[in-house]
Design a binder for this molecule. Structure first.
Ligand code: C2E
Ligand code: CA
Ligand code: CA
Length: 709
C-alpha cells in the first residue's frame, strides 16, 4: 500500500465526514495518458464510482496536453509518468511555472521512490501505481486532492514558493532536500548532500537539542507532527531563523519508514517580531527604553544589589519645568523636538551601564548603578540639572527650560516599584520647592505625600457633598470707599478639620482635576449669594462678584455652558460676574479661544496677579479685559523702594492708556493705601479695608467701607 497522500504537515486537512453526502459540483478531470487502453480503464473506473460526477477530458499528445494545462480550466490533473519520449515530470515542469494550478496526481506503471519524490517536489499531491489502482482508490485520491488543495491553497500560496522541502528515508538514512531548501541556506547545487548531517550540522548548537527532541517525540508517536523553530547557518555565515515541519510515514508494522516536510525561512518574520518587541519596550518618540524595560532593568539591578548591601543603585526622577507651556504656546512639534533633545542630553551625561528611560510626557528616569552614598547620586543629578538648564536650540527657538529631580536610593528588601515610587515622591517634593531643585527621598516625604493623598480624598468628598465654603473680599473704590465688587475665595469648611489653607486647597484641586467641580460650585455659589443680597437690598445694584479661574478650568469645553447656567439659575445678568485669570492663562492660544466664547456671553475678565507674567498688548486688545489687578507682591514692596513702586506706576500707566482701571490687592497699611492713591490706583482690596468675609458677615458691611484718609 502507498502511504497516505503527502500532506504539507502542520495544516489540518478537512476530510468530508463519511456520513455526509458530498456537495457535488462536477469535477473536471484532465487525463494525460498516451495509452488508449489505460484511458479507457480510468474512464470506466470514474464512471463506476460516480456516474456523471466526473467530466473527463483526455489528451494523449504531449503538446496538446501542455496547451490544455495552460488553459487552466480543470479541477484536477491525472498525469501519466510515461508520455512517449517524454515524461509527466517534464510536462509538470513545463506546464506549471511555479506550482500546479490544480492538484496533480501522478500515475505510473511501477513505483519508484525517486519519481515519487521529484513529483512531490514539483507539487504533485499524490502518486498512484496503475496496477494497484481500484475505482474507489482513484476517486478517493481525487476527492482528497481537491479538498486538500482548497484548505492548503492559502497556506501554500504564501508559503509554497518560499518553502524548502525535505524527505528523509529513515531506513536508508538518506534525505532529499529540494532546491529551495538549499537556496534558503545559500547552498549551491554542488553542495547538495543526501546525508541528514547536511541539515543537523548547520543547526545552531543551542537549538539542536530542541530540534532533536521534536523529531524524537514525533517518531515515538507522542506528537501529531514535528514543528520546530531553530537557527541554521547560512552559507554567508549568518544565522537564519527557520521553521521545520514534518510528518512521519509508518510501515505496516508501525515502524517509521520515512519522514517528510517543509522548511520555512522565518528570518523576516523574526526581524519583524524583534522590531515589535523593540517597540514594546521603547518610547517611539525618543527611542529611549520605556517604563516596562526600565523597571525590568531596575529589578535586575536590585537582585544583584541584594548580594552586596554596600553597593546599591539609585533612581533619578526628572520632570521638566515649564514643558507644558512650550507645548501649549509653541506647538506640539516643538514640544516633541524638545523632548528628543532632552533625551539626547541625558544620554550624553550618562555613565556606561546606566539607563535613561522616558516614562511618558516630560518625565524621564535614570537608573544609576553602583551607588554607595546619596551624595554620589546628588552629584550626578546636579550635573544633569545644570546641563538641562542650558538652552535648547529647537526650530529656531532658544528654549530655556530646566528640571526638578527626585533622587531615591535602593534599600535592602525594597521592591523596584517602591524604589520608583520613592523617586517620584522626591521629585514631587523637589517641584514643590520651586523650579530647578533636587530632593533626596526620605521617609518623611512619603508621609507628606500620603497626607496629601488623604487630603485629596477629603476634598473630593467636600465637593461631592457641596460643603465647600465661599468667602467674599470686598474690592472698593480707593477714593470713595464704595464697594465695587466682591471677590469669591474658596475656603476649606471649618466642619472638616484640619482646615487646609486656601493656597494648598487650590493647589490640590488644580493637580487632581478637582478644580473643575470646585470652579462650578464657586460660580453657582457666588452668583446665588449675590442674587440673595441684591434681593435683600444689602448691596448696591452694581456690585458684582469676581470669581477666579484656573488655566485648567478653561480646558473644559463645557465651561461656557456652566457659566451661562449659573447666571441663569441665579437670575443675574452677565455683568454681575467678572472672571479673574492670570496672564499665563490669557496667553495660551487654545484657552484664549474659550475666553472669546465666554466673552460672547457678556462676561468680562480682569487680569489677576498682573506683573508676574508676560502679557502682550495684542492679547489685552483681543479680549474684553476690564481691569488689571496688580499683584500683591508689588503692593507689599511699594514703600520699600524696590520694584514695587515702579511696577504699580507702569501698570497704572498702561491700564489708563487702555482705559482700564487698576485694582491693587493686599493693601495692609494706611501708608500703602495712601501711596496707591497718589499713584492713581483706582480700586483695591486688602486686610486694611476688609478681610475676606463669610457670607453671613457680608450684609453687615453696607455699601461703602470707611477708608482711613
Ligand atoms: P488671589 O486671586 O490673588 O486672591 C487674593 C488673595 O489675597 C486671597 O488669598 C486673599 O485672601 C488674599 N488677601 C487679601 N487681602 C490680603 C492682604 O491684605 N494681605 C495678604 N497677604 N493677602 C491678602 P487666598 O484666599 O488665600 O487665595 C489664594 C489664591 O487662591 C487666590 O489668589 C486665588 O488665586 C486662588 N483661589 C481662591 N479661590 C479660588 C477659586 O475659587 N478658584 C480658583 N481657581 N482659584 C482660587
Ligand atoms: Ca484673584
Ligand atoms: Ca491676585
Amino acid at each position: 500500500m502507498r502511504p497516505e497522500p503527502f500532506v504539507v504537515p502542520g495544516t489540518p486537512v478537512p476530510v468530508p465526514a463519511a456520513d455526509q453526502p458530498l456537495p457535488a459540483p462536477r469535477i473536471r478531470v484532465l487525463l494525460i495518458e498516451d495509452d488508449e487502453d489505460d484511458y479507457l480503464i480510468t474512464r470506466d473506473m470514474l464512471a463506476e464510482q460516480d456516474e456523471g460526477r466526473f467530466e473527463l477530458d483526455w489528451r494523449s499528445d504531449y503538446d496538446d496536453a501542455l496547451a490544455a494545462i495552460r488553459r487552466q480550466c480543470h479541477d484536477v490533473y491525472l498525469i501519466d509518468y510515461r508520455l512517449g519520449e517524454r515524461t509527466g515530470l517534464q510536462l509538470m515542469r513545463e506546464g506549471f511555472a511555479d506550482r500546479p494550478s490544480a492538484p496533480v496526481i501522478m500515475l505510473t506503471g511501477q513505483a519508484t521512490h525517486e519519481i515519487d519524490l521529484e513529483a512531490t517536489a514539483l507539487g504533485a499531491t499524490d502518486f498512484l501505481v496503475k496496477q494497484e489502482l481500484a475505482a474507489a482508490g482513484l476517486e478517493r485520491s481525487i476527492r482528497y486532492a481537491i479538498s486538500h488543495q482548497t484548505a492548503e491553497r492559502h497556506a501554500l500560496a504564501t508559503r509554497a514558493a518560499n518553502d524548502g522541502i525535505w524527505d528523509w528515508d529513515l531506513e536508508r538514512d538518506r534525505i532529499y532536500f529540494s532546491p529551495r531548501w538549499h537556496a534558503i541556506l545559500g547552498l549551491t547545487e554542488r553542495a547538495r548532500e543526501r546525508r541528514p548531517s547536511a541539515w543537523f550540522d548547520l543547526v545552531a548548537p543551542e537549538d539542536l537539542p530542541r530540534l532533536q527532541e521534536a523529531i524524537d517525540a514525533h517518531l515515538a508517536g507522542h506528537t501529531a507532527h514535528v514543528e520546530c523553530e531553530h537557527r541554521l547557518r547560512h552559507a554567508d555565515g549568518d544565522w537564519r531563523w527557520v521553521t521545520a515541519r514534518g510528518l512521519v510515514t509508518r510501515g505496516v508494522d508501525g515502524e517509521p519508514v520515512r519522514m517528510a516536510g517543509s522548511l520555512s525561512d522565518m528570518t523576516d518574520q523574526r526581524t519583524a517580531q524583534l522590531r515589535l518587541e523593540h517597540e514594546a519596550l521603547h518610547d517611539t518618540l525618543t527611542g529611549l527604553p520605556n517604563r516596562t524595560l526600565f523597571m525590568d532593568r531596575v529589578e535586575h539591578l536590585l537582585r544583584g544589589a541584594s548580594r552586596d548591601p554596600a553597593v546599591g543603585c539609585a533612581i533619578l526622577f526628572v520632570d521638566l519645568d515649564g514643558f507644558k507651556q512650550v507645548n501649549d504656546q509653541l506647538s506640539h512639534a516643538v514640544g516633541d523636538r524638545l523632548l528628543i533633545a532632552v533625551a539626547e542630553r541625558l544620554l550624553t551625561g550618562l555613565r556606561p551601564g546606566d539607563t535613561v528611560a522616558r516614562l511618558g510626557g516630560d518625565e524621564f528616569t535614570l537608573l544609576l548603578d553602583g551607588i554607595v552614598a546619596p551624595a554620589e547620586a546628588v552629584e550626578i543629578a546636579d550635573r544633569l540639572l545644570r546641563s538641562l538648564q542650558q538652552p535648547f536650540p529647537v526650530h529656531g527657538n532658544e528654549l530655556s527650560i530646566g528640571a526638578s529631580i527626585g533622587v531615591a536610593l535602593s534599600q535592602p528588601a525594597l521592591a523596584s516599584a517602591d524604589l520608583l515610587a520613592n523617586a517620584d515622591v522626591a521629585m514631587y517634593e523637589a517641584k514643590a520647592r520651586g523650579r530647578g531643585c533636587i530632593a533626596v527621598f526620605d521617609e518623611g516625604m512619603r508621609l507628606r505625600v500620603a497626607d496629601r493623598l488623604a487630603r485629596q480624598d477629603e476634598l473630593g468628598q467636600i465637593l461631592e457633598e457641596s460643603l465647600l465654603e465661599i468667602h467674599f473680599q470686598p474690592i472698593v473704590d480707593l477714593v470713595s470707599g464704595r464697594i465695587r465688587a466682591l471677590e469669591a475665595l474658596a475656603r476649606w469648611p471649618e466642619s472638616h478639620p484640619p482646615v487646609l489653607a486656601p493656597m494648598q486647597l487650590i493647589a490640590i484641586a488644580d493637580e487632581t482635576g478637582l478644580i473643575g467641580p470646585l470652579g462650578k460650585q464657586m460660580l453657582s455659589g457666588a452668583l446665588r449669594a449675590l442674587a440673595g443680597w441684591r434681593a435683600q437690598g444689602v448691596l448696591a445694584a452694581d456690585v458684582c462678584v469676581t470669581v477666579n479661574l484656573s488655566a485648567r478650568q478653561l480646558d473644559d469645553p463645557l465651561l461656557t455652558d456652566h457659566i451661562g447656567a449659573a447666571l441663569a439659575a441665579a437670575g443675574l445678568p452677565s455683568a454681575a460676574l467678572k472672571l479673574e485669570i492670570t496672564e499665563e492663562t490669557m496667553m495660551e492660544l487654545e484657552r484664549s479661544r474659550r475666553l472669546t466664547e465666554i466673552c460672547a456671553l457678556g462676561v468680562g475678565f480682569q487680569i489677576d496677579d498682573f506683573g508676574t507674567g508676560h502679557t502682550s498688548l495684542a492679547a489685552l486688545h483681543r479680549l474684553p479685559v476690564q481691569a488689571l489687578k496688580v499683584d500683591r507682591s508689588f503692593v507689599a514692596t511699594l514703600l520699600s523702594g524696590g520694584e514695587g513702586e515702579m511696577m504699580v506706576r507702569s501698570t497704572v500707566a498702561l491700564a489708563h492708556s487702555l482705559g482700564l482701571p487698576v485694582i491693587a490687592e493686599g493693601i495692609e497699611t494706611a501708608a500703602t493705601l495712601q501711596c496707591l492713591r497718589e499713584l492713581q490706583c483706582d480700586q483695591g482690596q486688602g486686610t486694611l479695608i476688609s478681610p475676606a468675609l463669610s457670607p453671613v458677615d457680608v450684609p453687615l458691611i453696607g455699601s461703602a467701607l470707611g477708608l482711613a484718609a
